[in-house]
Ligand binder design. Structure first.
Ligand SMILES: [Zn+2]
Length: 247
């Protein structure tokens, strides 16, 4: 293949721009913010479910409290009714009075036990409220710090996108003046040779694979016409000759 030396040199500019685009794409996919966001998202998911669990538990305990308070009220009402009957003097027989007195005593004991239960549940309600407050605060913090990490990622990405856009424009301008067959060869080599299709021959060395050429190989390269497209014997990349090639 033949191409004007100036077009061959342009391949180096194109290569530099393509390498820069590759670097930017790599930077974009490996931003530390990605891992950070993933961690914070999973923290947030966990805290959300812990908050819901704490709220559910609290509302269960509150229902339990209502029920226990109703139990106390029932016993209290019954005791009051008995007391009223005793006070009214309507209970005539001594036996009935003794029975009633016995029941009043039992109800007082029952009421006291149920009130202890109410107190115990109230304590659990308090603990549950504290737990809900703590979980809610931690969930809100996690939400906030996730949003901050996303803002940081977006800022970094915007910066990368802006540079990539600029480099892409420059690349299009350079590619537009390179002959189609040379560009095609370069593109194919770039795909198969890890992103580098054209390399400078610098001080007897291929800058694509770093191999230093033997004298005989250099002699062959030196003999090639300036418009001949020379390839590296070792990595088959397009070798670009410059004043610093050491030929
Ligand atoms: Zn090479």
């Amino acid at each position: 293949m033949n191409a004007a030396p100036a077009d061959q040199i342009r391949l180096l500019d194109l290569q530099a721009l393509d390498s820069r685009l590759d670097q930017l794409a790599h930077r974009s996919s490996t931003l530390p913010e990605h891992a950070d966001i993933q961690q914070r998202s999973s923290d947030l998911t966990e805290l959300r479910s812990l908050t819901v669990a704490a709220e559910t538990q609290l509302s269960d305990t509150r229902r339990e409290l209502v029920k226990a308070e109703q139990d106390v009220d029932q016993v209290r009402t019954r005791a009051a009714r008995n007391q009223q009957r005793m006070d009214s003097g309507a209970v005539g027989s001594a036996k009935d009075l003794a029975n009633l007195q016995h029941e009043v005593g039992a109800l007082a004991k029952r009421q006291s036990d149920l009130e202890d239960v109410v107190l115990e549940i109230m304590e659990r309600v308090e603990t549950g409220q504290a737990r809900v407050s703590e979980m809610t605060a931690r969930r809100d913090d996690a939400q906030h710090s996730l949003a901050e990490a996303e803002t940081r990622r977006d800022a970094a990405q915007t910066e990368i996108d802006a540079e990539a856009e600029k480099v892409t424009r420059e690349r299009a301008a350079v590619a537009a003046v390179i002959p189609a067959d040379l560009l095609k060869l370069y593109t194919r080599l770039r795909e198969t040779q890890g992103g580098t299709g054209a390399a400078r021959l610098y001080q007897r060395r291929c800058e694509g694979c770093r191999v230093e050429f033997a004298t005989a190989d250099l002699r062959t390269i030196r003999a090639a016409a300036p418009d001949e497209v020379v390839r590296c014997e070792n990595c088959s990349r397009i070798l670009i000759r410059t004043a610093d090639s050491g030929l």
